[in-house]
Ligand binder design. Structure first.
Ligand code: SAH
Ligand code: DHB
Ligand code: MG
Length: 222
């Protein structure tokens, strides 16, 4: 199995099931033009997030890590009339690109980007009683994943879904001795998921145009 083959299969499924439209293409083009790194979820992964939010019946979504708003668009498009999405982004340039992309997508009334360190914004959301969120997507700085998971549990309700991107770390997630802060953060988050009786969780390994990676998925229990 090669990256070339994963790309070809990803392309096939994307063409069939998650084809780009003008809004999604424009969001990626604007992100590239602004010099943002191309670390957004793939189209198939965006569609997966969209479907998970839909299946869950989400009316409110919290995203941690906006970048140019590509995953944000997929998630916001899952929301019904009157739905609300809040996405947290540290980098003001990324946040501005995302806001423009969401406006172009006609989603700016539904989706709000808050600039700042996510840990500060999360405390702010709690202080203003902004929850509970039905769906949380964690996709920011990986060393903070344990903190993001704790906040996600606080800001959700029984039945909410929490998804975390990039949990495989090229396979290094199994290395208990790793000194890599992204691996340690991911492992600590997985262990919190495992140990929290209010969470039922699993993780899936993925291959595709972003290589070998995976998602952790959790459901909040009563
Ligand atoms: N979810 C996006 C990709 C996010 S990339 C998509 O799939 O389209 C990760 C983002 O997290 C980057 O934009 C980065 O600037 C942001 N980030 C990094 N550290 C952060 C922090 N402490 N608080 C909030 N955002 C942060
Ligand atoms: C990186 C971050 C991501 O969220 C991702 O999906 C891929 C790569 C990164 O920081 O390199
Ligand atoms: Mg990611």
């Amino acid at each position: 199995m090669s990256q070339e083959q994963w790309n070809a299969v990803d392309q096939y499924f994307t063409d069939q099931l998650a084809p780009a439209d003008e809004v999604l293409s424009a969001a990626l083009d604007a992100s590239t033009a602004a010099g943002l790194p191309a670390i957004n979820v793939t189209p198939n992964q965006g569609k997966l997030l969209h479907l998970l939010a839909r299946v869950q019946g989400a009316r409110t979504v919290l995203e941690i890590g906006t970048l140019g708003g590509y995953s944000t668009i997929w998630l916001a498009r899952a929301l019904p009339e009157g739905g609300r999405l809040v996405s947290l982004e540290y980098n003001p340039v990324h946040a501005d690109v995302a806001r423009a992309n969401l406006a172009h997508a006609g989603l700016d009334a539904i989706a709000e980007v808050r600039t700042g360190a996510a840990l500060d914004s999360l405390a702010g959301l709690a202080a203003e009683d902004a929850g509970p969120f039905d769906f949380v997507f964690i996709d920011a700085d990986k060393p903070n994943n344990p903190h993001y998971l704790e906040w996600a549990v606080k800001l959700t309700r029984p039945g909410s879904v929490i998804v975390c991107d990039n949990v495989v770390r090229g396979g290094a997630v199994i290395d208990a001795e790793s000194t890599d802060a992204t691996v340690r953060g991911t492992r600590n988050m997985i262990e919190l998921m495992a140990g929290n009786p209010r969470l039922s969780a699993t993780a899936v390994q993925t291959v595709g145009s972003k290589g070998y990676d995976g998602f952790a998925l959790a459901r909040v229990l009563g």
